[in-house]
Design a protein around this ligand. Structure first.
Ligand code: PLP
Ligand code: ZN
Length: 444
C-alpha cells in the first residue's frame, strides 16, 4: 500500500490546518477544538472491497494488527511507525445479541457491543492506545515530553496509566475525590501513576489539567479527549460493529455521553465508512445522559439553540458525571450528521434497568444501563420503531462497579427502589433445610 495516507490537525471553527506532530490541544489562532483530518482522496483510491478484505484479514490475528484499532491503522494514524504502536490488545470485543429483550421491545435485532471486555475494562482503551503511541513517536522525534496527564471520572485515568506505563512514560492523573469506584482508583495506583486526588468534581479537575498542560514549558502532554488523537482510536468502535455485522449497518446506535468525545468519534467512524463506499448512509445515533448531568439533553430540547453547562449532581453513572462537556460542539455536529437524538435516565431508572438486564445474563455497568433506559424510552415514544435494529455501546465492564451492584441488591441506593433485589439466602449446612429452600424457590 503506497498511497499518500496522511492525517493532520484542523481547527473545527476556523479550519486552519496544523501538522499532526504539533503539540497543541486547541487552535492557537481561535481557541477552537481540533480534529484529525485524513487524506480522504488517498483512502478512496482503494475500493470498499479492498478495505473490508484488509480489515477482515487482520481481525484478531497477529499482534499488533490484531487490535481492533491497529487493524485499521491506515484510517487511524497512518504515519505512525509500527515500532511505536503501544497496544494492549484493545478492541475486537464481542458483539452479543440480546434476543429476550429484543423480543420484548419488538425490535428486529438488539446487540450489545461489549467494549468493557478490554485490558482496563472500558472503551477508553481504544483512544488511549492511539494517544500513547503518538506520544511515543513524538518523544522519538525529540519533542520535550516528560509525562502524560489527564483529568478523569475513572476510566480515562485507568487506561492512560496502563498504556503509558507499558510504554515506560510517566503519568500524572487528576481525580475528583470520592467520585470514582474503588476498582477505578486502584488501577492507576497499581500502574505506578502519580495520582492527585482533588477536592473538586471532574469539571474542576479538567480546568486544572488544562492549565497545567497549556503551559508549554511544562513538558506535560494532555490525554483528555479534547485532544483529537483520542477520538481517532475511539472512532473504530462503530466501524468494528459494522464489520462484525458483515459490513451491514443497524438502524440505531445508542451511546452514553459525558464529555461527549465518544459520540463524535462514533459518527466520524461512520463518515469514513460512507466516504469509502462501505455503507451508503449514516446510522442514527442516540446519546444517553444521566438526568443528574444532562447539559446535552437540555440543549437538545431547545434544538441546540443554546448550551448551558450545569453543575453535575452525584449520579450512579459516575463516569458521565460531567456538567461542562469539552466536546459539546463536536457532539452537536455529530448529531446533526447522524440525525441523532438525546435521552436521559434517572437514578431509579438506570439502576432497575441494570438489574433487569442482568437477569438475562448481562452485568451492566451504570452507564450502559443509562443507554438501555434511553432505548426503552425512545421505543416507547416511537422514535425507535418496531422491527428496527439497535446496537447499544456498552462502555465499561460491570465488575468496575461492584459497589453499585452490591448496594442495589441491599436496596441501599439513594433515590432507587430496587425492584429486582436478589439477596443471598443464609443457611446452616443442613441438607434438609437446603432441599426445602430449593423446593420453595423453584416452586416444585
Ligand atoms: C468516558 C465514558 C463515557 C462517556 O464518554 P464521553 O466521551 O466522555 O462522552 C461513558 N461511559 C463510560 C464507562 C466512560 O468511561
Ligand atoms: Zn481556529
Amino acid at each position: 500500500m503506497q498511497a499518500n495516507f496522511k492525517a493532520q490537525l484542523e481547527c473545527m471553527d476556523c479550519k486552519q490546518e496544523y501538522d499532526i506532530n504539533e503539540i497543541i490541544f486547541r487552535c492557537p489562532r481561535c481557541n477552537g477544538l481540533l480534529d484529525v483530518r485524513h487524506n480522504l482522496n488517498a483512502l478512496k483510491t482503494y475500493t470498499s472491497e479492498y478495505w473490508k478484505h484488509l480489515f477482515d484479514n487482520r481481525f484478531r490475528m497477529e499482534y499488533p494488527f490484531s487490535s481492533g484499532v491497529w487493524g485499521k491503522k491506515e484510517w487511524v494514524l497512518p504515519e505512525l511507525k509500527n515500532h511505536n504502536i503501544v497496544s494492549l490488545g484493545e478492541g475486537a470485543t464481542p458483539l452479543v445479541p440480546l434476543p429476550q429483550y429484543a423480543k420484548e421491545l419488538k425490535l428486529n435485532e438488539l446487540w450489545i457491543k461489549q467494549c468493557g471486555i478490554s485490558h482496563t475494562g472500558s472503551f477508553k482503551d481504544l483512544g488511549m492506545t492511539v494517544l500513547v503511541s503518538h506520544v511515543k513517536q513524538l518523544i522519538e522525534l525529540g519533542k520535550p515530553i516528560k509525562a502524560i496527564s489527564c483529568a478523569s471520572t475513572g476510566d480515562t485515568s485507568a487506561a492512560l496509566a496502563a498504556y503509558a506505563s507499558f510504554a515506560n512514560i510517566p503519568v500524572i492523573i487528576f481525580l475528583p475525590q470520592n467520585k470514582i469506584s474503588l476498582a477505578q482508583l486502584i488501577q492507576p495506583i497499581s500502574n505506578g501513576a502519580i495520582v492527585l486526588s482533588l477536592e473538586t468534581d471532574f469539571d474542576g479537575c479538567m480546568e486544572i489539567v488544562q492549565e497545567v498542560t497549556l503551559d508549554k514549558e511544562s513538558g506535560i502532554y494532555l490525554a483528555n479527549s479534547m485532544n483529537p488523537l483520542r477520538i481517532e482510536g475511539q472512532k473504530t468502535v462503530g466501524i468494528e460493529v459494522i464489520q462484525q455485522l458483515r459490513w451491514n449497518k443497524p438502524d440505531w446506535f445508542i451511546i452514553p455521553g459525558g464529555n461527549l468525545g465518544n459520540v463524535s468519534a462514533l459518527v466520524e467512524g461512520f463518515v469514513l465508512l460512507k466516504e469509502t463506499g462501505i455503507i451508503n448512509s449514516i446510522p442514527k445515533v442516540a446519546v444517553a445522559q444521566s438526568s443528574k448531568a444532562n447539559p446535552l439533553y437540555r440543549s437538545y430540547l431547545n434544538k441546540f439553540q443554546t448550551f448551558e453547562p450545569v453543575k453535575a449532581q452525584t449520579t450512579l453513572a459516575s463516569a458521565i458525571q460531567i456538567g461542562n462537556p469539552v466536546s459539546y460542539k463536536r457532539a452537536k455536529r455529530a448529531l446533526e450528521i447522524s440525525n441523532g437524538v438525546v435521552e436521559e435516565a434517572s437514578e431509579d431508572e438506570l439502576a432497575n434497568m441494570a438489574a433487569y438486564i442482568d437477569k438475562m445474563g448481562m452485568f451492566l455497568d451504570p452507564h450502559t444501563a443509562v443507554a438501555m433506559v434511553a432505548l426503552k424510552k425512545l421505543k416507547d415514544k416511537n422514535i425507535i420503531k418496531n422491527n428496527e435494529s439497535v446496537v447499544i455501546i456498552s462502555t465499561a465492564h460491570g465488575l468496575k462497579f461492584t459497589e453499585f451492584k452490591v448496594n442495589y441488591h441491599k436496596n441501599q441506593l439513594n433515590e432507587v427502589q430496587a425492584k429486582f433485589k436478589n439477596e443471598p439466602i443464609l443457611l446452616p449446612p443442613d441438607i434438609k433445610k437446603v432441599k426445602e429452600v430449593i423446593k420453595q424457590k423453584l416452586q416444585l
